[in-house]
Design a binder for this molecule. Structure first.
Ligand SMILES: [Cu+2]
Length: 374
């Protein structure tokens, strides 16, 4: 209500100012010097203003680079990430170079050829050579970028079973992620949304008749072995979600009713990325802020440690912002040890209400009722 009243008052004030300006204009005596046609002085001022604007856009560009470069992602932690970043930086570089030169020319010519009494513009219909130059250069540059982009994309999206990839299912639902591993055989059991049985903690709808599913491992924390290719199979239970793993330069939509795929090889372990200078700096800055919060007694102020994260990158509902899962990249041995410690689907699917539902981070059983309200 207050917002509506404030808005009404603002609109009314706006109308009043507009009306007053009109009255003021009408009351001005029109003389020869006081016309609405720009004279030499007006044109000169506008010319200088163009220069001022040019300095402003260069200034704000330099300022943004200096102040906000630190919020960029650290170096990529996946095998394809370097190629992806290179494409982005080359595109950025070309755009930055062209924009710096064209803006300078645009504003300089705006000033140089400003209106002056007695000055007449030169008219010519066309110039074939000029038109050729300013058509062919962008065509070559853009075609190059597009071809390079297509080549990179095809390389990244070449999902195959070569090199014995680890098969992981990412299951999205409002508003959390669940991961499933194929277990010892690395083969995922059949699953369908129709087979979900919350009361028995079959939260992903695994087909209990499929022997491949028996040793599947369902978890709430994604562990990946470094240096081994991972093929992700994504499903969604309800709406469009998007599995986004920014540090690995990976993103794929999760679409209800179908399985989508993405594949990458993690190359940097969690332990190693924590030593990356950019990450160290980010953690330091965040913890300085958190220390201030702690002094004020605000929540979420305990010191933070960097972890890779899987986020949702489609606005899928009110808690979309918090739809995330921790990712841990570790050595093959650590990964195998961790996987062996997890209970399999056969062990966790509920036989009675007293059993643990499925693997949770702290080993606390998920209440079937709590799960059902999700
Ligand atoms: Cu989502």
């Amino acid at each position: 209500m207050t917002a509506l009243l404030t808005l009404t008052v603002l609109v009314l004030v706006g109308i009043a100012i507009w009306q007053m300006t009109k009255i003021f204009e009408l009351s001005q005596v029109k003389t020869a010097e006081n016309t609405e046609i720009a004279n030499d002085t007006d044109n000169k001022y506008n010319g200088y203003l163009l220069f001022a604007f040019l300095i402003f856009i260069y200034g704000i560009t330099i300022f943004s680079f200096a102040k906000y470069s630190k919020v960029l992602l650290p170096e990529a932690s996946s095998a394809h990430g370097g190629e992806y970043d290179q494409l982005m930086w080359v595109s950025f570089g070309i755009i930055f170079f062209v924009q710096t030169i064209t803006q300078a020319l645009l504003h300089y010519f705006g000033y140089k050829y400003r209106g002056e009494k007695g000055k007449k513009a030169l008219f010519f219909a066309d110039n074939d050579r000029l038109e050729f130059i300013w058509t062919i250069i962008p065509v070559i540059v853009l075609a190059g970028l597009i071809l390079w982009g297509l080549y990179t994309w095809t390389n990244i999206m070449d999902i195959n079973d070569e090199d014995d990839p680890l098969i992981v299912e990412l299951y999205a639902q409002q508003f959390n992620w669940t991961a499933r591993y194929g277990g010892q055989d690395n083969v995922l059991g059949e699953a369908s949304v129709r087979l979900i049985d919350i009361n028995r903690a079959n939260v992903l709808g695994l087909d209990e008749a499929d022997p491949n599913g028996e040793d599947d491992v369902i978890v709430k924390e994604l562990h990946l072995p470094v240096g081994r290719k991972v093929n992700f199979m994504m499903r969604s239970q309800d709406v469009l979600h998007s599995a986004y793993m920014p540090h690995f330069r990976a993103q794929m939509n999760c679409v209800p009713g179908m399985i989508t795929q993405f594949s990458f090889t993690p190359t940097v372990t969690t332990e190693e990325i924590r030593l990356n200078p950019d990450v160290v700096d980010k953690v330091k800055r965040t913890n300085a802020l958190r220390a201030e919060w702690a002094a004020e007694g605000r929540p979420n102020s305990e010191p933070w440690e960097f972890d890779y994260v899987l986020l949702c990158n489609k606005i899928c509902g009110k808690s979309h912002y918090n739809m995330q899962m921790k990712i841990i990249v570790e050595s093959e041995e650590e990964f195998n040890k961790w996987l062996a410690e997890q209970k399999t689907f056969k062990e966790t699917v509920m036989v009675d209400d007293q059993e643990q539902a499925f693997n949770t981070n702290d080993g606390v059983a998920v209440e079937p009722e709590a799960e059902a309200t999700n």
